[in-house]
Every structure is written in C-alpha cells, then in structure tokens.
Design a protein around this ligand. Structure first.
Ligand SMILES: [Zn+2]
Length: 165
C-alpha cells in the first residue's frame, strides 16, 4: 500500500513512512496533511501522500546499504564504462578483488556483461577503460530513497519537495 513522504517542519524531506503511521501522526495532531491522493481511507479522511511535522526534528545520518539494487540506482541502471542501459547489467569491482579491491561504494560500479568480460582482472587504466565519473557514496540516504520511489513511477507529487530529481 501507499507510502507517505514526511516533511520536517522546515519542509525538508525527513523520511518515508507507511500511510497508517502517517494517519496516526495526523490524528494525534503531530503533523499536517500537505498532499493527498483523493482516495478516502475513512469517510472524510483522504489518504495522505505528503505530510509535514508541526515541530522540527533533528535527524542523524542514515547509512545507505551497499546492495546491487542501490548501486544500479546510483548508476542510473547504465554501464559506467560504455553507457549501455538494458537488462544485462552486472557489478564490476573497479580494482578487482583479487588485486586488493574492496566492496565499497567507491570500488563497485554497474557494468554491462561485455565491458565486465572485456575488463577482466584488470584496473580501468590497464584495460584502457576509463570511468566517466569516479564512483561515490550517495550522500543522503533519504534523497536516495525518494528518487528511487519517484523513478519507479510512484508519487510524482513528491518531486516538488525534493531538489534535483
Ligand atoms: Zn558496457
């Protein structure tokens, strides 16, 4: 069921929550409804899609898990060597593991099967396959989650609250 974007009192995106939790926050008066999708959960109670907290909260930084799905999302589902987008995408260790490369945001990129095979057990320099952009750790966990939701086709109304999507 539908997810709800929670904004801080400052209108900055804070987290993503379930619609049930969002309704509890609204009923308790801890948040106000900013956007809804017109569907009613209860009579006269439209299902919220964006809510805003009445009081500002400070949030600690949240780590983004290093997963295949998240790396593909960071790389916009495209091969970082040739730009290919399609189904045959793999993960490539920039510095191969056998050469001391680690599992990290900075050392794993999306690569198509062809590039992965061609590069083999070499560094980009040895293989003469430079990366267009050095791979980086995404800086905001929430921003990352929100863009993932929006790019997967849901919640277009979230766009106006998140800069740069
Ligand atoms: Zn490629």
């Amino acid at each position: 069921m539908s997810k709800v974007l929670v904004l801080n009192a400052s209108y900055e995106p804070l987290n993503i929550t379930s619609w049930r939790r969002a309704i509890v926050l609204l009923l308790k008066g801890k948040a106000e409804q900013v956007e809804h999708n017109g569907k009613c959960v209860y009579s006269d109670f439209p299902l919220p899609t964006v809510i805003r907290l009445r009081h500002y909260v400070r949030v600690p930084y949240k780590e983004i898990p290093l997963t295949r799905r998240n790396i593909l999302h960071r790389d916009s589902h495209s091969c970082q060597y040739c730009g290919y987008t399609g189904d045959d995408l793999t993960l490539d260790h920039v510095i191969p593991r056998s050469r001391g490369g680690d599992d990290s945001w900075e050392n794993i990129v999306t690569a198509c099967v062809r590039c992965n095979v061609k590069k083999g057990n070499r560094t980009p320099k040895e293989a003469n396959m430079p990366l267009d952009y050095p791979p980086r750790k995404p800086h905001s966990g929430l921003y990352f989650e929100v863009t993932k939701h929006v790019k997967n086709g849901g919640h277009q109304e979230w766009r106006k609250y998140v800069i740069g999507i």
